[in-house]
Structures are given as C-alpha cells and as structure tokens.
Design a protein around this ligand. Structure first.
Ligand SMILES: [Zn+2]
Length: 350
C-alpha cells in the first residue's frame, strides 16, 4: 500500500467514542469499510496518509446525552467510575474488534517499535489513551489491568473535576489558571504512571495541575491536543510559561485543529478558518519548543475542523501548507510523525 508522503501520526482523535455512541443509537458502523461523516475511518486514513495515532477513550456524562439541549449543559458534571468503566471498555472492545477484523490493516500498538513497523507496512497504528481518568480506581487498583489491556496514555482529567484533578472550563477568553491543583490521589497517579511508563497527557488540565505534574513527573511534559494561548486565549491552550516548561522537559505539543482553539475570537462555528491559522500556531510552537517539540493532535471526530481540511483526507493540504511556509522535508517529517514516535519511545520506559 502506498500513502501520501509524509505520513501522519496524530496525538488525538475521538473516533472510538463516536463509534460507541452511534452504535448505542442503533446505527451500524463499519470503520474498515468507511463511515459517512466521520473524520477518521480506514479508507480516509489511507487516502490522507494518516498512519496512526492516540485513540482517546472519553466517557461522556449520561445526563448530557439525554439533554434536550444537545448535551452541553451536563457535559462538565462529574461522572462515576461505573459510568466510565461502561464507556471505556466499550471503546476498547470496539478498537480490539476493528483490529481483529482488519486482517492486519489496523494494529493495536503498545511500543514505538510496533508503531514504526505498522507505518512501514502501511497499517494504521492504534494507541489507547484515556481522556479523563474516571475509569481508574481512586486507589489505582485497576491500573495494572488497564495497562495489560494495552492502555499506554492517561489524561488525568477532562474539562470537569474528578478524584485526581481539575479540568479547565470551556470559557473564552480565559486563563487556564482556574481551580486547585492535583489531589493526593492525582499525585499518586502521576507517580504510578511514571513507574509503569504510561504517558501523561496535560491537555484539559488546569494550570495548577499542570505545574504539579511539571514538578512531580520525571518524564517529558506532553499536551497531546492544545494550541497557543497567545494566539487563541482559551484555557484549553498553553501559556508561554507552560510552553517554556514543556520545552525544558524535552516534551511535545500536538497541534489541535479545532477552529475554536485556533482562532483569536475562539468561535467554534467558524469552519472557514484558513489553514494559514494552523501554520501560525505551528510557527509559534516551533519558536518556543524547537523542532523536536511539535507534533499533530487533530481532535478529529471530537471538534469542528477547518473546512479546507474537512477530515483525514485533508491532511496532505496541511503538509503542503507547511512546505509553502518554508518547512523543510526533515522538519515536516518530525512534525507529522517523527517527534511523536520519539516522544512515546522516551516516555514508555518503566
Ligand atoms: Zn480533548
């Protein structure tokens, strides 16, 4: 199989959640054959050069699903571990099933070597990540089981509070300095993830929690899908001080394609946001983090994309814009996949 070159390893998508939610509504979803309206499915990944990524498992608040107002009001309300287990294992099962039925075209990867092999052989590399750690028991009693099941990345918190940490709200414009830092259980979770070689993802964390992890963690700091606060002042984006700390740790930031996190006005509805705005964030991230600190974190299937990109088939347009902006072949290879795989390799060490 040939792909557009270079290939993309993406730090964040919400495709597994979309599959589980749609199936629970009675819709038949065939990821391998292609799904109308999805940003990622196997045919779109192959067409756009998407070689793999972190497939997030986010558990929605059930109250938000039944809301007549479209789900928003209860999204930020805390959820129980039982609810998170229900969604998380359904998403892992969905991922495992795709892998099992794909005949090698989709592979569940738990090491950098497996990702590199999958990429060389033209397969889609799927890495399991949880976005919000509600599924993890407060005493961390099931962390080993999740690791054994193939989990390799943990975002302690989504934009709502849990037993470990406090997330940033979706207010705009606002600072990420909102609420207290990690709880004692959150500090234990950081140490346990370090000890097991599980990646910690700082996207969605508030600023005090960010600094707690910066202080506690002995791994590079990673924000899988966040942009530049100076260019788009949402609390989901990173301040200059945070970017400096990530750079100092040898860490990485994945460019989020969500128009609301790209735009100066934070408007999530403006899909006419130009690709040039993505390049503006990349330029800024490169300036702060250096050539080894920048990757992709699309938020495909979880956010409104710039219309020109549309879905995974639009990735070559972003790559072309990087080339037009003067990024050389080596830098483009780093941003599109090399930096992510190197970072995972450095992080997934017990
Ligand atoms: Zn997210």
């Amino acid at each position: 199989m040939t792909r557009p070159n270079p290939t993309v390893f993406d730090g964040h998508n919400d495709t597994l959640l979309r599959i589980v939610m749609d199936r629970r509504k009675g819709r038949e979803i065939d990821f391998l054959a292609g799904v109308e309206g999805y940003h990622i499915d196997l045919p779109k990944a192959q067409a756009g050069g998407l070689a793999g990524g972190l497939f997030a498992m986010f558990s929605p608040n059930p109250d938000s699903l039944s809301s007549a107002l479209g789900g928003k009001p209860a999204m930020g309300n805390p959820i129980s571990q039982e609810v998170a287990e229900d969604f998380t294992y359904a998403m892992m099962d969905a991922g495992d099933e795709i892998v099992a039925q794909s005949g090698g075209a989709v592979r569940h990867c738990t090491s950098a070597a497996e990702i590199r092999t999958a990429m060389q052989e033209g397969a889609l590399a799927m890495v399991y990540h949880i976005e919000g750690a509600e599924v993890i028991a407060p005493d961390l009693g099931n962390l080993d089981a999740l690791y054994t099941r193939g989990l390799r990345s943990v975002g302690p918190v989504w934009s709502r509070d849990n037993v470990f940490a406090h997330g940033v709200p979706f207010s705009f414009p606002a600072s990420p300095d909102h609420g207290p830092g990690l709880t004692a259980q959150g500090e234990d979770l950081v140490r346990a993830c370090n000890a097991k070689g599980l990646m910690l993802d700082l996207s969605h964390l508030n600023e005090k929690g960010f600094w707690d992890i910066a202080r506690l963690s002995d791994k590079p700091l990673v924000a899988s899908h966040s942009n530049v606060h100076a260019l788009s002042p949402t609390p989901r984006n990173l301040t200059d001080r945070q970017l400096d700390a990530i750079a100092e740790s040898g860490g990485l930031v994945g460019l989020n394609f969500a128009v609301g996190f790209l735009r100066e006005d934070g408007n999530h509805g403006r899909t006419d946001t130009p690709i040039a705005q993505m390049i503006a964030h990349l330029d800024y991230l490169l300036e702060k983090l250096g050539e080894a600190g920048v990757g992709i974190g699309s938020d495909f299937d979880g956010a409104s994309m710039p219309r020109e990109i549309g879905d995974a088939r639009g990735l070559p347009l972003l790559v072309a814009a990087m080339a037009e902006a003067g990024y050389g072949e080596d830098l483009i290879a780093r941003i599109t996949h090399g930096n992510w795989i190197d970072l995972l390799e450095r992080t997934w060490v017990a």
